[in-house]
Design a protein around this ligand. Structure first.
Ligand code: SAM
Length: 242
C-alpha cells in the first residue's frame, strides 16, 4: 500500500490483514485514517467508519472529504456494530481500545456477524479477552502480530470464520490465551520485552495484594500461576510453548 496518508505501524499492521477488494467496517474509527488509507491504496475496497462520539465522527467526515473518498468510505455515528446493516460487511477492524471493550462490542453486535469472514482486533490491553471471545464464538485465530511503536507494545489478532487450523492445545489453552498461541511459537524480541514488563508489573501487584488487610488468596494464586508461566516462557526460549 502506498499513498500520501501516513498510518502508524500499528494501524498499518492491522490493515495489512485485509484482502484486496475488502468491504469492511472500522469500528471506533476516530479520524477514519485507516479506512481512508486502505481505500486510497485499493480503489476496489469499500469501508464503513463507525464512531460513537460526535467529535471523532466529525474528524472522520473531514478526513473523508479531504481525500475525496465519499464514494468508498461511509461514516456512521453509533455504538459498535449497530451502525451496520445485516450481512453488510465481510471484515471488521476494531483497533486502539481495551480488550474488554472490543469483546463487548463483538458480543453486543453478534447478530451483525453472519457474513463477517474476518475480524481484525488490536487491543491495547487484555488481548486474552478477545482471544477467548473468538474461541467461544467460532472465530479461529489465524494470525497474530506484535510490534513496538512509540514506547508501546501492541498486539494485532486476526480471526477467521473459516479455517482448518486450531491454534490451541487442550492442555495449555489458558496459557495460550494469555500469551497468544501463535506469538508463543515465535517468541520475538518484542514479545519477550512485553512479558518481561508484565512480569514486573504483576510481581508488584501480588506484593501489594499480600499486604492487604484481608488478602484475596484465590486471586493471588491465579496471579502466581501467571507469574510462573511468564518465567517459563521467558526462560525456555528455544523450546515449544508447553
Ligand atoms: N481505531 C483508531 C485507532 O486505533 O487509532 C481510534 C482509537 S481511539 C483510542 C478509540 C475510538 O473508539 C474513539 O474515537 C472512541 O470514540 C471510539 N469508540 C469507543 N467505544 C466505541 C463504541 N462502542 N462504538 C464505536 N466507537 C467507539
Amino acid at each position: 500500500m502506498n499513498n500520501n496518508l501516513k498510518l502508524s505501524n500499528r494501524l498499518l499492521t492491522a490493515a495489512s490483514f485485509l484482502p484486496n477488494g475488502a468491504y469492511f467496517a472500522d469500528i471506533g474509527s476516530d479520524h477514519a485514517y485507516l479506512p481512508c488509507y486502505v481505500c486510497l491504496s485499493d480503489p476496489t475496497a469499500k469501508a464503513i467508519a463507525g464512531e460513537i462520539n460526535e467529535g471523532p465522527f466529525d474528524s472522520a467526515k473531514a478526513t473523508i472529504r479531504t481525500y475525496n473518498l465519499n464514494e468508498q468510505v461511509d461514516v456512521r455515528l453509533g455504538d459498535g456494530l449497530e451502525v451496520l446493516q445485516q450481512e453488510e460487511v465481510s471484515q471488521i477492524i476494531i483497533a486502539g481500545m481495551g480488550g474488554s471493550l472490543i469483546k463487548t462490542i463483538l458480543e453486543k453486535g453478534k447478530s451483525k456477524l453472519s457474513r463477517v469472514e474476518r475480524i481484525i482486533a488490536q487491543p491495547n490491553v487484555d488481548a486474552r479477552n478477545v482471544r477467548r471471545w473468538f474461541y467461544e464464538n467460532d472465530y479461529i485465530l489465524t494470525h497474530e502480530a506484535i510490534l513496538d511503536e512509540n514506547d508501546h507494545i501492541y498486539e494485532v489478532l486476526v480471526a477467521d470464520k473459516v479455517s482448518d487450523s486450531n491454534p490451541y492445545s487442550k492442555e495449555f489453552m489458558e496459557k495460550e490465551l494469555l500469551f497468544g498461541p501463535l506469538l508463543l511459537r515465535n517468541k520475538s524480541a518484542v514479545f519477550k520485552e512485553k512479558w518481561t514488563l508484565e512480569h514486573q508489573k504483576l510481581t508488584k501487584v501480588i506484593a501489594q495484594m499480600r499486604n492487604a488487610s484481608t488478602p484475596d488468596s484465590s486471586r493471588i494464586k491465579l496471579f502466581e500461576r501467571e507469574i510462573a508461566w511468564m518465567e517459563e516462557v521467558l526462560k525456555d526460549e528455544k523450546q515449544s510453548p508447553k
